[in-house]
Design a protein around this ligand. Structure first.
Ligand code: ASP
Length: 456
C-alpha cells in the first residue's frame, strides 16, 4: 500500500487533477491520496493558500472581505466546471468559507489558521467528488474524524504520538481515501496548521501511521537535483539519497520537500519517492536509510539567503561561565531561534534568520547585551547567505573543505563563517547574499561537473 501526496501545482487546475486521477487509477496500491490546496498554474499565479491569507486579513480588518472570498470561490468553481462536476460542490465550498469567515476572531492566529486550512480541506472534497464522478471508489476523510491530533501551535503544529495510533486504521478503509494535507486538530478540537508547505508532513505522518510500503510525493520535477536548476544549467539528478541528506538540503533551501516531512517516514522505515505528476513514468528520487557513498560523497548543494549576524565581543568572555546561556536567554525572550553560533576567545556570533528581527527587537537585544552582559561591542549585520554542502560520505573523505574553499575563492567571494556539525553530514559557509549564485556555480562545477547521476 502506498500513500501518494500531490502538491499544489499537481492539483492547481482541472487538467492537473485529471493527471492525478490517471496516476491513482493506474496503480491500485495507491490507496491514500493526500492533497494540497490548488497552487500556481503559471509563475505569476497566486496560490489558493495565499488568497486565503488575504481573505483572512481582510476579514480581520473589519472592512468587508467579499471580493477576497469570491476570488477563492472562483478558483474552485473554474476547476469544478472544467471537471464537469456541477454546482453542488461549489455550494458546499462557498458555504464552508462563509462559515469560516464568520468564525470568532478574538484569537487572530487561530482565525488565520482555520482559513488557511480550508484550502486543502475543500480541495480534498472536490477531488474526492471528481474521483467518484469517474467511477473510482473514493471518499473524503476529515483529519478530525481520522484522529490527526496535533500540538497547540498555530501555523507550526506538530503531530502528537497518539495521532499515529489513531490513523492506523485508514489502511483498512474500502476504496481510496482522499485526505487534506496541512492541518490537524488539537485534543480540544481546535484546527491547527503545520508550517507552510506542510501537506508533505501530513503525507509522511499518514505513511508512517499506516505502515505504507512507500510514501510517494508527487510534485512538478522529475527528481531532486544536486543544485538549484534556476541557477545551475541542467544540474545532475539525485537518484538515491538518505533521509538525513534530504532533511539537511530541505532545511537549507531545497523546496522540493518540507524538512519536517522526513522524520515520520524515517522513524517508521517508510521509503520516500519524489515523483513528477507531469511525467509519472520518470523514476524519481528515492529517499532511504542508506546509500552507497563512495562515488558521491557530496550529494547536493543548497543555498539560502536572508540571514543576519548578531556579533558580540567581550574581553575574557572565555572565562565567564554562563555568558552564552545569558546571551541566548535574551534571544529566547524575543522568541528568536538561532542557526549557528561560531565563536572565538572573546567573541561570539549568533546567526539567525533575518525575518525574525525588527528594528525594535534589534535595539532591545543590543541594549540588554550592553547593560546586562556588559559587552565591549555588539552589533548586528544583515544580508548574509548560507551555502551548505550535504552528503553522508563527507565524513570519510579528506580534502573536501579544501576543494570547497578553493572554489569559493575562484568565485571571488569572501567566507564570513564556516561551520561543520559533528555528524559531518553538512558543511556550511556563510557568505554575502550578493555572492550566492556565483559561489553556487563554482561549487557545482567543482563537485558535480563530471557526475551523470547521483547516489547510485
Ligand atoms: N497549501 C499550503 C501552503 O501553500 C501547504 C502545502 O501546499 O503543502 O503552504
Amino acid at each position: 500500500m502506498k500513500v501518494s501526496k500531490f502538491g499544489g501545482t499537481s492539483v492547481a487546475s482541472a487538467s492537473q487533477i485529471k493527471k492525478v486521477a490517471a496516476i491513482v487509477q493506474e496503480d491500485p496500491s495507491r490507496k491514500i491520496v493526500v492533497v494540497s490546496a490548488p497552487g500556481k498554474r503559471f509563475s505569476d499565479d497566486i496560490k489558493v493558500t495565499d488568497l486565503l491569507i488575504s481573505l483572512a486579513d481582510a476579514a480581520l480588518s473589519g472592512n468587508g472581505a467579499e471580493k477576497e472570498l469570491q476570488a477563492v470561490v472562483d478558483r474552485y468553481a473554474s476547476i469544478a466546471e472544467e471537471l464537469g462536476l456541477g454546482d453542488d460542490i461549489i455550494h458546499v465550498i462557498e458555504e464552508d468559507l462563509r462559515g469560516r469567515v464568520a468564525h470568532d476572531k478574538e484569537n487572530r492566529d487561530l482565525f488565520v489558521d482555520q482559513m488557511k486550512a480550508s484550502g486543502e480541506d475543500n480541495n480534498a472534497k472536490l477531488i474526492a467528488a471528481y474521483f467518484s464522478s469517474i467511477g473510482l471508489e473514493a471518499e473524503y476523510v476529515n483529519p478530525k474524524d481520522a484522529g490527526l491530533v496535533v500540538s497547540d501551535e498555530p501555523g507550526r503544529a506538530r503531530a502528537l504520538p497518539e495521532a499515529y495510533e489513531n490513523l492506523k486504521s485508514l489502511r483498512d478503509r474500502q476504496g481510496i481515501v482522499v485526505f487534506p494535507g496541512f492541518f490537524g486538530f488539537t485534543q480540544e478540537g481546535v484546527m491547527m496548521t503545520f508550517a507552510r508547505g506542510g501537506s508533505d508532513i501530513t503525507g509522511s505522518i499518514l505513511a508512517a501511521a499506516t505502515k505504507a510500503e512507500l510514501y510517494e510525493n508527487f510534485t512538478d520535477v522529475d527528481s531532486v537535483f544536486a543544485a538549484n536548476p534556476n541557477v545551475v544549467d541542467s544540474p545532475v539528478e539525485i537518484k538515491r539519497m538518505t533521509y538525513r541528506e534530504m532533511r539537511e538540503l530541505s532545511y537549507a533551501g531545497f523546496s522540493v520537500l518540507h524538512d519536517e516531512a522526513l522524520m515520520p517516514a524515517f522513524r517508521h522505515s517508510v521509503p520516500v519517492c519524489i515523483k513528477n505528476t507531469n511525467n509519472p513514468s520518470a523514476e524519481g528520487t528515492m529517499i532511504v536509510a542508506e546509500r552507497e557513498y563512495s562515488k558521491s560523497p557530496v550529494i547536493g548543494i543548497a543555498t539560502d539567503g536572508g540571514f543576519s549576524t548578531i556579533y558580540v565581543s567581550k574581553y575574557l568572555m572565555n572565562r565567564e561561565i554562563g555568558f552564552g546561556r545569558r546571551l541566548l536567554q535574551i534571544l529566547e525572550d524575543e522568541g528568536i531561534s538561532y542557526e549557528h553560533t561560531p565563536s572565538g576567545i572573546d567573541d561570539l556570533s549568533i546567526i539567525v534568520r533575518s525575518h525574525q528581527l525588527t528594528p525594535e527587537k534589534e535595539e532591545r537585544i543590543m541594549d540588554r547585551c550592553r547593560k546586562e552582559l556588559e559587552v565591549d561591542d555588539v552589533h548586528i549585520e544583515h544580508d548574509f547567505a548560507m551555502v551548505v554542502l550535504v552528503g553522508e560520505g563527507m565524513n570519510n573523505t579528506k580534502g573536501l573543505t579544501a576543494r570547497a574553499t578553493a572554489a569559493i575563492t575562484r568565485a571571488d567571494a569572501n567566507i564570513e563563517m564556516i561551520n561543520q556539525g559533528s555528524s559531518e553530514v553538512s558543511l556550511v559557509f556563510g557568505i554575502q547574499n550578493s555572492d550566492t549564485d556565483k559561489v553556487l556555480k563554482e561549487l557545482y562545477q567543482e563537485f558535480f561537473s563530471t557526475a551523470a547521476v547521483l547516489g547510485v
